[in-house]
Design a protein around this ligand. Structure first.
Ligand SMILES: [Zn+2]
Length: 452
């Protein structure tokens, strides 16, 4: 029997204990937005890591602390940084929970509790994987940096500075995050990148006050029309972004990325039926995954101005606002794109004010990075099936801190079921997925240890 099989057996014989222990863990609230239980849970984790012979501590930030632990076993082996977050979303609305969010319950093969999927159950699985190695072999197959933040659910405001300030303590060969869901079929997933984002407002102003559309219409400029004309210069009727300098620099996908995307399961009819659509947005010739992975978008998030109450009101409003975001792919940055937007607005509607909001860089790990093979092999061994490989996901996460600040390959290997109801009432984790997560974590460490 291989060492990994012995570890899998050990995990199997401890399933019930693992469920009891993760329940004990998620019983402690750690709500970052409300500063409830944060320090208690962070301290609990430091103690847990010390129990596994990690050199562990809290790292203070202007916000909630990071939990950081190191265990070095062999300088010739790779070092993996396991990232996760110990904070959870507020549990509201409480009356929609079948069982209270911080009184975990097992029903229908699932554990129900706030944070069980996002993300406490997932990083607890990593800790149990480490423990299983220690029990069976007395040591670890590779070096581990365990890094948990306490502000992921409020947008990770400190993580970039944390990585910059603690660079010497984060020197890993790769970063693995276990967060988010598996494919809805239960098939395992490895994600190599995320899109970035930049948000901004366009604000148009007309007269100093709202005026009568009969007495002033035809004389006084209408800020809503100003924004409509401006927005029409930013994206054409076929769905192409026409702001100069946003599309041109985009790096086209590699053959590996195109190939991986083409293998992803897609039931377009079901997706369209679910959304009540009979056509997708333009450009019409663009494949489904290309849209989400390889192209920037320009979205109007909201458009407000004038009267929208019952009946009619013949008013000529004096202000209009469009709230927008651009999702970014490599090599676009929030700074570059915002600069292009400003230049475009200055040319087409110089009196429109442009206000910038948050931004986040995109991130991508090359699919042919050598660790990709190791991770694929580990997932395959733990789950007995091929993982789906996502070159990029459409949304935005601060993955760039690993690929652009730490400059290391970064992978997301999620453990939760697709219907985990994260951020919602009745958050849950299927017990079989939790155990698969421990197996995957164990296999990952094992396969990294095989790599020299
Ligand atoms: Zn979350």
């Amino acid at each position: 029997m291989s060492q990994l099989d012995a570890i899998f057996d050990y995990i199997k014989s401890n399933e019930q204990t693992y469920v009891d222990r993760v329940i004990d863990y998620v019983r402690h609230p750690s709500i970052s937005a409300q500063n409830i239980g944060i320090r208690e849970v962070a301290t609990l984790l430091v103690d847990h890591l010390r129990g596994l012979d990690f050199d562990a501590k809290l790292v203070e930030t202007p916000g909630h602390p990071f939990v950081l632990g190191h265990r070095n076993v062999d300088p010739d082996k790779p070092t993996v940084l396991l990232y996760g977050h110990y904070d959870v979303q507020p549990p509201d609305p409480l009356d929609e929970w079948v069982s209270p969010p911080f009184e975990p319950e097992v029903r229908d093969g699932r554990i129900w509790a706030r944070g069980i999927g996002d993300n406490k159950g997932q990083h607890f699985a990593q800790l149990l994987a480490i423990e299983a190695h220690l029990k069976i072999t007395g040591t670890l197959p590779c070096n581990i940096i365990f890094c948990l933040e306490g502000e992921e659910e409020i947008g990770s405001p400190q993580i970039a500075d944390f990585v910059r300030d603690n660079m010497d303590q984060l020197q890993a060969d790769l970063v693995v995050t276990s967060d988010g869901p598996l494919h809805e079929s239960g098939q395992p997933v490895i994600t190599f990148g995320v899109r970035g984002v930049v948000s901004f407002d366009l604000i148009a102003k007309g007269a100093s006050r709202d005026v009568h559309s009969g007495n002033f219409g035809g004389l006084v400029p209408n800020p809503i029309w100003t924004l409509i004309h401006l927005l029409a210069t930013m994206k054409d009727g076929d769905g192409n972004i026409t702001v100069e300098g946003i599309v041109d620099p985009v790096i086209p996908p590699t053959n590996l990325e195109l190939d991986a995307a083409s293998r992803l399961p897609l039931d377009l009819e079901t997706v369209m039926a679910d959304l009540g659509l009979d056509a997708l947005d333009g450009p019409l010739d663009r494949p489904y995954w290309d849209r989400l992975m390889f192209h920037p978008t320009l979205t109007i998030n909201g458009f407000h101005g004038g009267y929208d109450g019952p009946g009619s009101k013949t008013v000529l409003p004096n202000r209009a606002i469009a709230k927008c975001d651009v999702r970014l792919v490599e090599p676009l940055t929030p700074d570059h794109v915002f600069d292009r937007i400003q230049t475009h607005v200055a040319k087409h509607a110089p009196n429109v004010e442009v206000v910038r909001h948050n931004g986040m860089l995109p991130s991508k790990t090359p699919m042919d990075t050598p660790f990709a093979v190791t991770i694929k092999k580990a997932v395959q061994r733990a789950r007995g099936m091929e993982p789906l490989l996502y070159p990029t996901v459409g949304g935005s996460l601060p993955d760039y801190v690993w690929t652009k600040i730490l400059k290391k390959p970064a992978f997301v290997v999620p453990y939760a079921n697709a219907d985990e109801a994260n951020h919602a009432p009745n958050e849950n984790l299927e017990i079989v997925r939790f155990i698969d997560g421990i197996r995957t974590g164990a296999a990952l460490l094992y396969e990294l240890g095989q790599k020299v």
